[in-house]
Design a protein around this ligand. Structure first.
Ligand SMILES: Nc1ncnc2c1ncn2[C@@H]1O[C@H](COP(=O)(O)OP(=O)(O)OP(=O)(O)O)[C@@H](O)[C@H]1O
Length: 765
């Protein structure tokens, strides 16, 4: 780039930074001014109330002033928050005001317009934009992969301009480090430099190098379901997070970060992504795992954890088939049919007990529940039953007042209690009869409080029994044969389920059905306040889970990000995902996007890994050069450990090397053995740990969605990765590597590696 261009751009940059700094000072002044005013009002507030609360008229006046001052405080508070928000953005801009410049012409004019694009907009006093927010409609032209005619979505509709120049900047401490003009794909040079960096325990934002197909995902505002299928490392998570920032900008102020939920695979991943939004000047959306969502909703059960779920691979064939059935969309439909029938018969209730006796029997409740018109649905039926039971409760007050326990309670009342009641209700104590009746009623109503709580909260429904009834009845609504389950096996599984229930345990498959059953019976409206749901690593969600989330968030638009080749829990069943989603979102707008280019890993690692997949040929690698992956076949465990120690030493230039094992047990053993040999490793055994740099030992299911400078796939032997079900796991592990990949096997290498051409790796045996 010519030096004179750099000088001219630096001059402009200096002037923009100066203006940003002035604006910062102005915001700081506003903040100090607001804080000072608040202190003054608070002080007056306190004095006024203290001085004038001795007389009635003083109190009245004070009341009015208190309200006025409260309003002034609220106003100041809101100004203060706004000023802070602007200040934060200016601070962000002051560090790095912009990263790109685009010159363009309108099609019917010769006038050249120049815009600079940064993390936020910044205008001078005359409201002339010196920097455009990367999310502004016009900024979209920067992210299209070409010069010349480019169409973007302007507020008035699609608009085409002629792009003449795209210039990129790397700016550090107010100085332009590099500047280059791009002609084709946005600065492969800048992208290359970003991708060549070392990994960090926190994911970075990608706004400076968003690719055209990722931009489509980010800016889609019309899909009810945006389904993204993308290869490992193709930027699904990155695009999703920039999309959150885009939506917050596009719909401000009607959309807030609290109305957006990201379902992520585990807590480690939640922590890994939690810096992206703040680095873009936005608040984080709500992040949770499906486990956290369901566990929180059934506090009386322990829901199967991620580690337990992963060891489900050791389940018998029958157990797996039963899980397949319970996890399927067919099961969701079957439950709906069951619920339809429940409207006519089959609900299970509990007796309502009062003072150790049956107060309202379950038979009585059932009679009430089914006495309503057949056009009632389950939730109307429950509401009407509650109303009827409350009427019954009121009617029982009179008869209960005559009971001995009530007169005993009155006699046992101490003077202070009695006086307190008399003082608060003087009119009720004019004569003896009245007083007795009033006290008796008071006591009965107090004692009925628990019963009232049971009724109003629908706790008279026997949900556990109902769930068992559903499981028992399920073969009527779904074909067991279709899932390869003999009737007897199904019946036996019910016994096991009861056993688990007795211990307060519930599996991931059961908890979804249980929650749905509960919510449909209770007529729960779910969470209508949530406007956007993002589901990352969706390939490991089941049809039932998807249908449940869709039900629970009825007003939300969904972004679902999946890579079927990384389905480490659902395996081949993940191939139903899109078909299931199409049924679940029937009648709604569905957009599909495919990302085929992988950015995370070097070309050599991507090319090696894709041969682990039978249909991996569509995956494109980004042209970033590195060394060939190394495969070592060791004759014994001892030699494997020695080999590993050598690799760890060789990786000293990398911040993080992850030794990824198949399961937790293997990782625990390895970490112990390495520590015994004096190697300092950090074992990640639960998702609640913090991700750090260094040498990590991680089980594969916790490494999902993460990335590391160097990866060692542990014990990739025929014995450990024996069957086709392990393919997705092997692919997921290898694609976690950014710059270096080693695969170690004791004895024979797994046949999963057979299809990889020999020239794509270095073999050490
Ligand atoms: N446009 C881009 N510019 C710069 N870096 C990018 C871009 N797209 C993706 N990356 C980088 O590639 C890596 C992988 O991205 P990301 O984790 O979003 O992919 P993914 O598709 O969710 O991966 P996986 O499914 O394997 O977990 C990250 O380091 C990310 O920063």
């Amino acid at each position: 780039m010519a030096e004179n261009i750099k000088i001219a751009e630096q001059k402009r940059l200096n002037s923009v930074i100066q203006k940003i700094n002035l604006a910062k000072l102005k915001q700081l002044k506003t903040i100090h001014h607001d804080e000072k005013n608040e202190r003054i009002i608070q002080k007056d507030f306190y004095n006024d109330v203290r001085l004038r609360s001795t007389t009635y008229s003083g109190l009245m006046e004070t009341g009015v002033e208190v309200r006025q001052k409260q309003q002034m405080l609220d106003q100041l508070n809101s100004e203060w928050h706004q000023a802070h928000f602007f200040l934060k953005r200016l601070q962000l801009l002051a560090k790095n005001p912009y990263f790109a410049r685009v010159d363009f012409k309108e099609l019917n004019s010769d006038q050249v317009h120049t815009i600079y694009i940064g993390l936020a907009s910044f205008a001078n006093e005359g409201k002339h934009y010196l920097v455009y927010d990367w999310r502004a409609p016009i900024s979209s032209i920067y992210y299209e992969n070409k010069l010349g005619k480019v169409t973007y979505q302007a507020p008035s509709g699609p608009h085409t301009v002629n792009v003449l120049l795209k210039r990129q900047f790397q700016i550090k401490n107010g100085k332009i480090v590099t500047v280059f003009d791009t002609k084709a794909a946005i600065g492969d040079q800048l992208l290359l430099s970003n991708l060549s960096q070392q990994s960090t325990p926190k994911m970075r934002n990608i706004v400076t190098t968003i690719q055209a197909d990722q931009n489509k995902i980010i800016r889609d505002t019309s899909a009810d379901l945006l389904y993204v299928q993308g290869a490992a490392g193709s930027g699904k998570t990155s695009a999703a997070l920039q999309r959150v920032a885009y939506l917050l900008y596009h719909y401000r102020p009607s959309l807030t970060s609290r109305q957006i939920i990201l379902f992520s695979p585990n807590q480690l991943f939640n922590d890994y992504v939690n810096h992206v939004l703040p680095s873009l000047g936005e608040h984080n959306m709500v992040r949770m795992t499906y486990y956290q969502y369901s566990d929180h909703r059934v506090p009386h059960f322990s829901v199967e954890t991620l580690a337990q779920r992963f060891s489900d691979d050791n389940l018998t064939h029958h157990d797996q088939r039963i899980n397949n059935l319970k996890n399927s969309l067919e099961c969701f439909k079957a439950v709906n049919k069951y619920l339809g029938d429940l409207n006519h018969s089959g609900m299970h209730f509990k007796n309502i007990i009062f003072n150790g006796h049956v107060f309202i029997s379950k038979q009585q409740i059932a009679k009430i529940y089914y006495q309503f018109n057949s056009n009632y649905d389950l939730s109307n039926r429950l509401d009407a039953t509650k109303d009827k039971l409350l009427i019954l409760l009121r009617e029982r007050i009179k008869s209960e007042m005559k009971k001995k326990w009530v007169s005993d309670a009155i006699e046992d009342m101490d003077r202070a209690q009695l006086q307190a009641i008399q003082l608060s209700h003087p009119n009720e104590f004019q004569n003896v009869d009245n007083s007795y009746n009033f006290l008796a009623k008071h006591i009965v109503i107090g004692a009925f409080r628990r019963v009232r709580h049971i009724i109003t909260n629908g706790l008279f429904i026997n949900l556990n029994l109902q769930y068992l009834h559903l499981l028992n009845a399920l073969p009527k609504y779904i074909s067991l044969k279709q899932f390869g389950i003999p009737e007897k096996t199904w019946q036996n599984s019910l016994k096991e389920f009861i056993n688990e229930l007795d211990y307060g345990q519930i599996s991931m498959a059961d908890v979804s059905i249980y929650l749905y059953l509960h919510d449909r019976i209770a007529g729960s409206l779910g969470h209508p306040g949530i406007k956007y749901i993002f589901i990352d690593e969706a390939q490991d969600y089941t049809g039932f889970q998807m249908a449940l989330i869709h039900y629970e968030f009825p007003k939300a638009r969904f972004t679902v990000l999946a890579d079927l080749n990384q389905a480490i829990f659902t395996h081949q069943r993940s191939h139903h995902l899109l078909g299931d989603l199409k049924q679940i979102f029937k009648g709604q707008t569905i957009h599909q996007v495919q990302l085929v280019k992988s950015y995370r890993s070097t070309q050599q690692i991507t090319d090696f890994s894709k041969y682990l997949l039978p249909d991996g040929e569509d995956i494109q690698s980004f042209a970033r050069n590195g060394e060939l992956p190394k495969v070592s076949v060791e004759p014994s465990r001892g030699r494997e450990l020695a080999g590993l120690i050598k690799i760890i030493k060789n990786n000293h230039k990398y911040g993080t090397t992850a030794l990824i094992g198949k399961n937790l047990k293997q990782c625990q053993l390895l970490a112990k053995q390495l520590k015994q040999r004096g190697v300092n490793v950090h074992l990640i055994q639960t998702e609640n740990q913090e991700l750090v740099s260094g040498i990590l030992v991680v089980p594969a299911y916790l490494a999902k969605g993460l990335e590391f400078d160097a990866v060692v796939m542990l014990d990739a032997s025929r014995h450990n990765y024996a069957n086709d079900e392990d393919r997705q796991l092997a692919y997921t592990i290898c694609t976690r590597a950014m710059h270096r990949l080693n695969v170690i096997s004791i004895h024979d290498l797994s046949p999963l590696f057979n299809a990889i051409p020999k020239q794509l790796y270095q073999l050490d045996d």
